[in-house]
Design a protein around this ligand. Structure first.
Ligand SMILES: [Zn+2]
Ligand SMILES: [Zn+2]
Length: 98
């Protein structure tokens, strides 16, 4: 799998996990997208090749993973916090202390 990071907003403290942009994963290629309806960043599989869907993989469809909205935009870390557009601090999930 690609490497995901925990993003934390320096402004409002909002915290979420994303791969933070384009990523090659075992099953293909994902891009991070932002749902404008529920402000959720999620991974969307955009190219699959030889692909066998497994439970838990990003799905190859354009709908929001949370609310099924089609009102989504590509998202990258430099776009900032999905709630307030504040700056984000990224920590690799493996280093995140819970
Ligand atoms: Zn924020
Ligand atoms: Zn949504």
């Amino acid at each position: 799998m690609g490497s995901s990071s925990v993003y934390k907003c320096r402004h409002c403290g909002h915290r979420f996990i994303s791969m933070g942009g384009g990523n090659i994963v075992v099953s293909g290629c994902t891009e991070s997208h932002l749902c404008q309806d529920c402000n959720t960043v999620f991974e969307r599989l955009i190219k699959s090749g030889d692909y066998n869907y497994k439970e838990g993989d990003p799905k190859e469809n354009p709908n929001c993973a949370q609310c099924d909205s089609l009102n989504i935009l590509p998202w990258k870390q430099s776009d900032g916090c999905p709630l307030c557009q504040g700056g984000l601090k990224a920590t690799p999930t493996c280093c995140e202390v819970v």
